[in-house]
Design a protein around this ligand. Structure first.
Ligand code: 5GP
Length: 140
């Protein structure tokens, strides 16, 4: 068993607009915003509005609504950032790499020959995040 969902996590606060995020998309089921510590240019997070700690306790009905948005963001990221590929990442519990305990999907553009930054390690300049968000929104 894993721990119960705790709504004091940072993504729950972003969902409640208690802290800012650079959003690129939202609908009744989820929001998408730029990762503040991107592993490559254009790294984006898709976060369901429904509370769940991660994939393990998620409602399948929520997943069925959110996965098409994950695909939509991946397709737009390919175009917006002229990427060579996309990595979809999703971590479940700390030993796997999860650091924020509200379900989310990482869309990480891959550029041939460019190494990823460390996971959740270095804050990006806000102007760069905003510029990347504008590119992604234009491609959506
Ligand atoms: P996890 O390890 O839980 O899969 O990933 C959490 C992600 O959230 C990391 O990639 C990290 O850079 C990102 N992150 C952490 N805090 C914030 C924040 O306050 N705002 C945004 N936009 N991203 C965050």
């Amino acid at each position: 068993m894993t721990a119960a969902y705790d709504d004091s996590n940072i993504f729950a606060k972003i969902l409640r607009d208690e802290i800012p995020s650079v959003r690129v998309y939202e609908d009744e089921n989820c929001i998408a915003f730029m990762d503040v510590m991107p592993q490559t240019a254009g790294h984006t997070l898709i976060v369901p509005r429904a509370p769940s700690r991660n994939l393990l306790d998620a409602d399948p009905n929520v997943l069925s609504k959110v996965i098409p948005v994950v695909q939509k963001i991946a397709q737009a990221a390919m175009k917006a950032f002229n990427a060579d590929g996309i990595q979809l990442r999703q971590f479940n519990e700390a030993p796997s790499g999860q650091t924020v305990y509200h379900l989310h999907f990482h869309i990480i553009p891959v550029y041939a020959g460019v190494e990823f930054q460390m996971h959740a390690a270095k804050m990006e300049d806000m102007d760069i995040l905003k510029a990347n968000a504008e590119k992604l929104k234009a491609a959506l």
